[in-house]
Design a protein around this ligand. Structure first.
Ligand code: ADP
Ligand code: MG
Length: 245
């Protein structure tokens, strides 16, 4: 992970997408630098996961573009983005139910070229704080260890950009603290650029350098967590009663 800190490495401009005539994302732009955690917040249904789908190449946007290291990658397939250093996790940590951890790493190492070594996988375990014996069945792991296993499978390929979709969901507080340390180390020591989805504002303040708030598919605030969480539009999006009268 040889990125320099502080450069804008990844982002999107003017992203729009509709499903069945309903606009899910409207003119969404954001960017993240190496060595930065960008928090992506917003109420359930705001469009956060849909944006990740577009950023990683699983959904094709109707409008807008995605950039990685100054290159327009809007037309690239998921695996071509992954080869260029874009990694992504999902809200629910789905691991191969019947494979052992060793077999899971083997599959990840040889999933695509360049193949990774066993040492790469061991180093990735270290980075992800994943300490379970490799003869265990992946399906027997708890939520946090599943997340760590899946994170290690990504880290063995030295990603420059990590997209993490609600990595704290289903975790208890002590696990969330540990998760924050893991992410912080990747970002501070290895200059990974991270975009982290979390719908709980208070959790995001602890980890994010900057935050982008999405509401009903639109960016309604960008800035430091403290500033955006005091923004009246953000408070309204979060705390306004949905039904009046
Ligand atoms: N493939 C899809 N087809 C139709 N609607 C979708 C699809 N993906 C997402 N949506 C809709 O987009 C909206 C935003 O969803 P999502 O991106 O999952 O929000 P969030 O992650 O912020 O909770 C929801 O109303 C959801 O039903
Ligand atoms: Mg989501």
């Amino acid at each position: 992970m040889a990125m320099q800190a502080g450069q804008d490495i990844f982002g999107c401009r003017g992203i729009g997408i509709s499903f069945g005539g309903r606009a899910i994302l409207k003119d969404v732009s954001l960017s993240v630098s190496s060595g930065e955690v960008l928090g992506l917040v917003g109420p359930n249904g705001a469009g956060k996961t849909s944006l990740f789908e577009i950023l990683c190449g699983r959904y094709v946007a109707d409008q807008g573009s995605v950039q990685l290291r100054g290159e327009d990658i809007t037309g690239l397939a998921v695996h071509d983005r992954a080869r260029r250093g874009l990694a992504r996790t999902y809200q629910s940590p789905v691991v191969p139910a019947s494979l052992t951890i060793a077999e899971t790493f083997r599959a990840a190492r040889f999933a695509y070229k360049p193949y990774r070594t066993r040492m790469d996988a061991e180093w990735a375990c270290h980075l992800a704080n994943f300490r379970k014996p490799w003869d265990r069945v992946a399906g027997s792991l708890d939520t946090f260890d599943r997340r760590k296993l899946l994170l290690a499978c990504l880290l063995m390929r030295d990603p420059a950009v990590l997209l993490l979709d609600e990595p704290a969901s289903g975790l208890i507080n002590s696990e969330i603290d540990e998760l924050d340390l893991i992410i912080r180390r990747l970002v501070d020591e290895y200059h990974v650029a991270a975009i982290l989805i979390e719908h709980r504002l208070e959790l995001l303040s602890a980890i994010a350098d900057r935050a982008v708030v999405l509401d009903m598919g639109e960016v309604i605030a960008t800035g430091t967590p403290r500033a955006v969480f005091e923004d009246p539009r953000v408070l309204e999006a979060y705390f306004e009663e949905p039904h009046h009268g």
